[in-house]
Ligand binder design. Structure first.
Ligand code: ACO
Ligand code: KIV
Length: 536
């Protein structure tokens, strides 16, 4: 076997990857992917299976014509027509063309699918390899379902294939059946038992039916395989193929384990390639996918975020920038801590004191409890509210509204004033109106709502809505109140209360107990909300 420290990367995204249901790509899309694979630095692009359709033939031909750099490969069964089609499609690649012939060797495939004896299988394989060699110098042979093939037969057919002119012997775990230890053992068995293996490159091709495709590929490389086949994002037949980006990054990250094996991959192109393949194939990458998933370098837990801010390597074993990601992301969620919150606020331009951040942190957690992510706009609303906070006469403790078609909208509101808790109810034209009436009864103010507006300040169904009210308290000027909440009724209640509180500030007085005819109330039931003060 040709042995070196260089692992040949064989990409089959455009052939086995495209076998994934729904992943078919138009020739133009395949060409774009091939171009990017060349930039990524793969050694071989399996561009298609030319005999299966005019489109595949044309696509392999176009890639062979236009893509410089990697070898271009076409797949063929051990049938003259297949080999002829592959040879013709690859003609523009000249010496860079490779034909990949395959034939199943396991008992189950021989007896039930091909209905052929061992001898016939060997004869067909040998004839096909010789035929392929009449078109190209570089011929790969795959004994399909090799991991379920009897060892003695596998040794024999591999030896015969090399003797017939195969330059690469690929050992496929076609149905993702093997395990790392077993596969490594099989590779060692071939290395020891195939006398002419030195004339060929030993390759592996793993499927992910048991989620072991990458582990099996790496085990085989450790056992001496020097070509690895796989696809970008691991797309492929059934559960998919080994994800090339994972194999490459494992080799690179764990040089200590893999003895400094090299590939020709330019890791900085990995994310770009993954995105392109996802777009072209229509197969989205799951968020938690290793190396290329959205979350692969996104740290959410406060303890992790704190660690990463102090030293990235505490929670990152790869440099995301080196793979083509932007800066490490610290998405803010309910799991985040003060360190990440402060860092984001500084990035947004807020220079809040420790005390202010402390005051804001509780509200931040409340938003996190309600929403998957706390977005920048949420933070801006929080921070601005903190900066412009006014002294509140009344603090909202609780509200509830009830409304129905043809019903009478009613609201109960509980406010805290100093150490007093006051509760009252109101009815109105709508639930917000009813809640405002309840506030009027508690506060002793009687505001007339002159303007009311609501605006979404963040995106999505769980967006924060910001309510602005302009209220006439009969004092010859309008007072503005603002509040934001993920619940628009709550934002309205708080905005109105904000205006009521401002009316006390502007008058410089506060209601007495006599002015408030409301009863004492119970416990606090806080909701996510942000009072935002506004200039009257
Ligand atoms: C493990 C892998 O991923 S192998 C690659 C799989 N990829 C594909 O199948 C690509 C898409 N396939 C196709 O378009 C079609 O299946 C074609 C064009 C290849 C063949 O279509 P058809 O001629 O209608 O045959 P069909 O698909 O029904 O059956 C496959 C035939 O190929 C035979 N065959 C399978 N593998 C091989 C092989 N390596 N060498 C020779 N013959 C083979 C089967 O025995 C069967 O022959 P039979 O009809 O005499 O029983
Ligand atoms: C053609 C061969 C290599 C294949 O795709 C498989 O066995 O999975």
């Amino acid at each position: 076997m040709k042995s070196s420290n260089r692992v040949i990367v064989f990409d089959t995204t455009l052939r086995d990857g495209e076998q994934c249901p729904g992943a078919s790509m138009a020739p133009r899309q395949k060409l774009e992917v091939a171009r990017q694979l060349a930039r990524l630095g793969v050694d071989v692009i399996e561009a298609g299976f030319p005999v299966i359709s005019q489109g595949d033939f044309a696509s392999v031909r176009e890639i062979a014509e236009q893509i410089d750099g990697p070898k271009i490969c076409g797949l063929a069964r051990c049938l003259p027509g297949d080999i002829q089609a592959a040879g013709e499609a690859l003609r523009p690649a000249g010496k860079r063309g490779r034909i990949h012939v395959f034939l199943a060797t396991s008992t189950i495939h021989r007896e039930h699918k091909l209905v052929k004896s061992r001898e016939e299988i060997i004869r067909l394989a040998v004839e096909a390899i010789r035929h392929a060699r009449s078109f190209v110098e570089d011929v790969e042979f795959s004994p399909e379902d090799a991991t379920r093939t009897e060892p003695d037969f596998l040794l024999r057919i591999v030896t015969e294939a090399i003797a017939a002119g195969a330059t690469t012997i690929n050992i496929p775990d076609t149905v993702g059946y093997t395990t790392p230890g077993e596969f490594a053992e099989r590779i060692r068995m071939l290395r020891e038992g195939v006398s002419n293996l030195g004339e060929a490159v030993l390759s592996v091709h793993c499927h992910d039916d048991l989620g072991l495709a990458v582990a099996n590929s790496l085990a085989a490389i450790q056992a001496g395989a020097r070509q690895v086949e796989g696809t970008i994002n691991g797309i492929g037949e059934r559960a998919g193929n080994a994800a090339l980006e994972e194999i490459v990054m494992a080799l690179q990250t764990r040089r200590d384990v893999f003895g400094g094996l090299e590939t020709g991959i330019h890791a900085k192109e990995i994310v770009r390639t993954s995105r392109l393949v996802a777009r072209m194939s229509g197969l989205h990458v799951q968020r938690n996918k290793a190396v290329v998933g959205e979350n692969a370098f996104a740290h959410s837990a406060g303890i992790h975020q704190d660690g990463v801010l102090k030293k990235r390597e505490t929670y990152e074993i790869m440099d995301p920038m080196a793979i083509g990601w932007g800066e490490t992301e610290l998405p803010l969620t309910k799991h985040s801590g003060r360190a990440a919150l402060e860092k984001r606020l500084i990035a947004l331009g807020f220079g809040l004191s420790r005390e202010e951040i402390e005051a804001l942190f509780g509200k931040f957690k409340e938003i996190g409890d309600k929403k998957k992510f706390v977005y920048d706009d949420d933070l801006v609303a929080l921070a601005e509210g903190q900066i412009t906070r006014i002294q509140e006469t009344f603090e909202l403790v609780y509200w509830t509204v009830s409304t129905a078609f043809h019903g009478v909208p009613t609201a109960a509101v509980r406010l805290r004033k100093g150490d007093e808790v006051l509760t009252d109810a109101g009815v109105g034209g709508g639930s917000v109106d009813a809640a405002m009436k309840a506030i009027d009864r508690i506060s002793g103010r009687h505001g007339h709502l002159v303007e009311y507006s609501v605006e979404a300040v963040t995106e999505g169904k769980d967006a924060i809505g910001e309510v602005t009210v302009r209220v006439d308290f009969g004092e010859g000027r309008l007072l503005t109140g603002k509040a934001a909440s993920t619940d628009v009724v709550e934002a309205s209640v708080r905005a109105y209360l904000n205006a009521v509180n401002r009316s006390f500030l502007s008058r410089g007085d506060a209601p007495t107990k006599a002015q408030t005819a409301s009863s004492r109330g119970g416990d606090v039931d806080p909701k996510t909300s942000v009072p935002i003060a506004a200039a009257p």
